[in-house]
Design a protein around this ligand. Structure first.
Ligand SMILES: [Zn+2]
Length: 62
């Protein structure tokens, strides 16, 4: 089983080609956090529980 997150699926990120696949959803989220910081200037420590839920809901089994 693998889990994948595609940045372009997030509202407003349609232009971003990045996607991340890992063996479990937790690892995918770590890649997403690093990517958000490096590519989008986000600060994941500022994400709310709702933000994280929305992201986690977009990590799909593949
Ligand atoms: Zn992105």
């Amino acid at each position: 089983m693998a889990f994948t997150y595609r940045c372009r699926d997030y509202p407003g990120m349609e232009a971003c080609p990045a996607s991340f696949t890992a063996e479990n959803a937790d690892e995918v989220m770590k890649h997403v956090e690093l990517h958000a910081r490096e590519a989008h200037g986000e600060d994941p420590t500022q994400w709310s529980q709702e933000d994280r839920k929305q992201l986690q809901a977009m990590v799909v089994a593949s």
